[in-house]
Each structure stands twice: as C-alpha cells, then as structure tokens.
Ligand binder design. Structure first.
Ligand code: ADP
Ligand code: GLC
Length: 471
C-alpha cells in the first residue's frame, strides 16, 4: 500500500515535540512491514536540509486569495530515513528555522495544505491512503473532496491522526478566499463555531480518525477544547492507537549521545556512569535520587507547578533528592526555573532551551522522570524513560494511563497520581525517594522497565489494518 503522511514535523528534519518523533518513525516501520510510506512536510530551514542531498521532483503554483505562490517539492535523495521524505517550499513562507509560532502561521499552513493537495492531484496515480496529522494538515481532506480542481482525489481514503486537540488552527471566515474554489454548499465541513477550523474540518471529512492513545480518545468526548460534541457525533469512525517509540533511535545500547552505553544486563552500572556525568556537569549529588523533567513548559504539562513542588520537596523531604529540568515555553515559568538555580544550589539545576543530546543524557542518567501533565494525548517521554531504566512519575491521564502501571499494582514499574497539584506531585516524589532507598527493588524494577517493548511494530500494523478497512 502507498501511504502519504502529511505533517508539519518529522524527526530528524524538524521536531518541536512528539509529532516529529512519530512522523519520523511510523513511516519507517510501515516500510519495514512491506508498504511504501512517504512523508511530505514544509521545507523548514534546518540543519538537516543543509546537510543532505535533495532532488527537485515537482514545481507548481497556486493562488491563495489575492496571493500568488510558486511552490517546489524536493525529495531527499538517499532514502536516509528509510522512507521517501518530500518537502514543500513555498516562496517566502518556510524560509525560517522554527516550525510554528509566527504571526502568519494561518497563511503558512493553509498554503502548505494547498500545495500538497495540488501536488498529489498531479500524480499519474492515486495514493493508497493520505494520512494527515493534526490541524496543520487538516484542510487537505476537505480540499481533496470539495475543491473543484482536486475532486478527482475525492475517493482516496483519508485518515486523520490527532496528536493534540488543544490546537485546532482556527481562523476567521474573512479569510475564506484562501480555500481554493469549492462547492459552497459544503461550507459546513469547514466550520466550527463560526470559524474555519482545520482540525474540526479534518474530523468531519476523514474516513477514519485516530488519537494517539485509547484513553485520550475517551477523554475527548468530555474535554476537547470545544470539540466535544463533534467527537460524540463522529465517534463511529474514531479510534485510539497507541504511539510506539523508535527503538533504533532510543536505544541505551547504541545511543551515541550518552556517555556510557548499557543494556538490561548492566543497567545499574551503566546508569550510574551516566548519572555521574550529569551530576558533575550540573553540580548535583550522585548519591541522591535524581528527578528529571524534559518538555514544553506549558499549562498542558503542568509545568508551572514544578517550582513549588521542587521547593516543597527539598524543604519537607529534607533535601533527600536532586532535580534537573530541561525545557522551554512560558517565559514566566522559564524565569522561575532559572532563578531557582541560585537558591537551590546542590539540589536543583536547569537548562532552559531545546537540547536533543541533553535529553538523551537525562533519560539515561536520571532515576525518575516527572510528568504531571494535565493533558497528555500519548506522551513519549515516559516510554523513552522506561527504555533507559528511568522510572516515570505520571499523572493518570491520556496515554500516561495506558503506558504506566503503578508500583503498587501487579507488574507495576512506575508511580501514578491523580491530580495535577503540588501536593500530589510532592507526595509522589516522597514515594520515589522511599523506593530509591531499597536498592534491590530498584535493580529489579530497572530490569522490568528496560524489558518493556513499546516499539512501533504492533501499532504500525494497526494503522495498516485501519487503512485496509477503508480501502
Ligand atoms: P509533546 O509532543 O506534547 O511535547 P511528547 O512526550 O509526545 O510531548 O514528546 C516530546 C518530545 O520532545 C520528546 O522526544 C522529548 O524528549 C522532546 N523534548 C521536549 N522538550 C525538549 C527539550 N527542551 N529539549 C530536548 N527535547 C525535548
Ligand atoms: C502531541 C501530544 C503528545 C504525543 C505527541 C505524539 O504533541 O501532546 O502527548 O505524544 O503528540 O503523538
């Protein structure tokens, strides 16, 4: 089957979060299952673009309202990622480093959707399935089915995967002229709450809708940033498929980012060496349990609770632990986390920013990983942590619920709590500190964690079954 993934991010070309990891791994594993998986994404100006060789495969043009755009599709020449990677350049819109966060993101991503649809409409055959990811690709299904120029694509099976329903990409109807000429009777398929809502539109138009964990799918019927009724109405075509992780990229035995490679057999020793390096680099004490947080410093991740939870833990649990934070996001939280470095010397340190290498070193060297997320559609960090023998401490929500079993339950290997509150986080840290004193149990649990296989094989196959059900 020929599968075309349409996405804003794809690791290692460009990554802002877990979407990049998924788009960089799922097609690889689908290819290994014998399918032809391809990815198309915007031509962000990242190092990967400059470091690799590209062929130009198509040139085209389109109008978007009063704008006229030339676009170019390039393809990575050596199949470096294990699948065909295509990038779309649209003059003036993607000659930037960051994936999102610009004032003209509506124009950038609407144009991306038009260019992709236009390009596919020029193929001399039809793809087996078009798989769009999140709102950044959300207008593609509508355009394939309703825009006059592309209606010969209307029968192509389309799947939407929702990685995060908090972000929907909505914009006002005053920009409706951006959508290429379409059957205006169908305007309702673009609309949600009097705006053009790319995510809602994709939910309406896709033949199947998936979320990245079954629990998140259930939660969306109750809390979906305004789309609850739509999920209820469309529930017949919605299903949750848990993300996997790329066991080739995230492998403590071969990871080139970490100081000392290790396997399940020598996990205690390997982790100790990696922890020593981290503690030396960040002025922390190797004898104490090391708690890490890696992620976007935003409300969804409950990042603003971290400063108080860290202070409370240091003071009320008698400084029996160390903390290391890596993240970026809300400037207020960033400032607080930076300022704490001087008041909690020897107990706490942080790096504000994005650092792929340090993230690997932290998964390898930490003892516990904190994820107090309010919303976590799947979460990959907890699965990376497990692979490196680091115990996840998670709030029971979304994918965290589906991937972490509490140590108090049979077969458990993590710590779970219910509320995104300082109290619940601090109590969980206390449980972890107590557990850490029991060296024998920690060794057993480490082996259990590393032995878990969260690889992509099973879920990659489940997507194929889903495509087959609509082909
Ligand atoms: P989300 O996509 O919601 O941010 P995920 O858990 O799915 O959450 O994925 C986050 C990914 O981004 C992981 O690969 C994590 O290691 C990485 N990551 C997040 N913040 C940083 C950072 N500051 N530096 C390096 N990697 C980061
Ligand atoms: C989103 C979600 C995260 C998920 C990731 C990959 O960014 O916030 O929970 O793991 O997508 O699907």
């Amino acid at each position: 089957m020929e599968i075309l993934h349409v996405t804003a991010e794809c690791y290692p070309y460009a990554k802002a979060g877990g979407l990049g990891d998924v788009a960089g791994a799922l097609p690889k594993y689908q290819t290994e299952l014998g399918h032809v998986a391809k990815v198309v994404m915007p031509m962000h100006r990242t190092k990967f673009l400059l470091d690799n060789v590209w062929d130009t495969v198509h040139k085209g043009f389109f109008n978007m309202g009063n704008f006229y755009f030339d676009y170019t599709i390039i393809k990575e020449a050596t199949n470096k990622l294990g699948f065909d990677l295509y990038c779309v350049d649209i003059f003036g819109l993607f000659n930037r480093e960051k994936v999102y966060g610009y004032d003209d993101d509506t124009e950038r991503y609407t144009a991306f959707n038009i260019a992709v649809t236009d390009w596919v409409s020029k193929w001399n055959h039809r793809p087996g399935v078009v798989h769009v990811h999140d709102h950044h690709a959300g207008l593609v299904p509508f355009m394939m089915q309703n825009c006059f120029a592309y209606r010969h694509l209307a029968a192509v099976p389309v799947v939407l995967t929702i990685h995060n329903a908090q972000y929907q990409g909505q914009f006002g109807w005053d920009k409706q002229q951006y959508i290429p000429a379409y059957d205006t009777w169908q305007w309702g398929k673009l609309d949600w709450n009097n705006t053009i809502n790319p995510l809602a539109s994709a939910i309406k138009c896709a033949m199947k809708v998936t979320t990245v964990s079954p629990s998140y799918m259930d939660e969306l019927k109750n809390t979906a940033a305004g789309l609850e009724a739509l999920f209820e109405y469309e529930k017949g075509k919605c299903t949750g498929i848990l993300n996997g992780i790329d066991n080739d990229v995230w492998n403590p035995e071969t990871d080139t980012y970490i100081l000392d490679n290790f396997s399940i057999k020598d996990a205690d020793k390997g982790k100790a060496l990696n922890k020593k390096k981290l503690c030396d680099d960040f002025g922390l004490d190797i004898k104490k349990p090391l708690f890490a947080f890696i992620g976007r410093l935003v409300g969804e991740k409950a990042a603003e609770l971290l400063p108080q939870a860290i202070y409370d833990s240091v003071y009320h649990i008698n400084g029996r632990m160390n903390f290391l934070i890596l993240g970026s996001g809300d400037p207020n939280v960033e400032h607080q986390l930076e300022n704490m470095r001087s008041s909690l010397v020897g107990f706490y340190n942080s790096t504000i920013g994005y650092n792929e290498k340090l993230s690997h070193q932290m998964y390898a060297g930490a003892d516990f990983l904190l994820m107090p997320s309010r919303v976590e559609p799947c979460g990959l960090n907890q699965m990376y942590a497990l692979r490196y023998g680091t115990m996840p401490i998670v709030r029971s929500t979304g994918g965290l619920k589906d991937t972490v079993i509490d140590i108090g339950d049979s077969g458990g290997y993590g710590i779970r709590f219910n509320q995104a509150t300082v109290g619940d986080i601090t109590f969980s840290i206390y449980r972890a500190v107590e557990l850490y004193e029991d060296k024998k149990r920690m060794t057993q649990l480490r082996k259990r964690m590393i032995g878990i296989d969260n690889g992509w094989e099973v879920s990659a196959g489940r997507y194929i079954e889903l495509y087959r059900s609509i082909s």
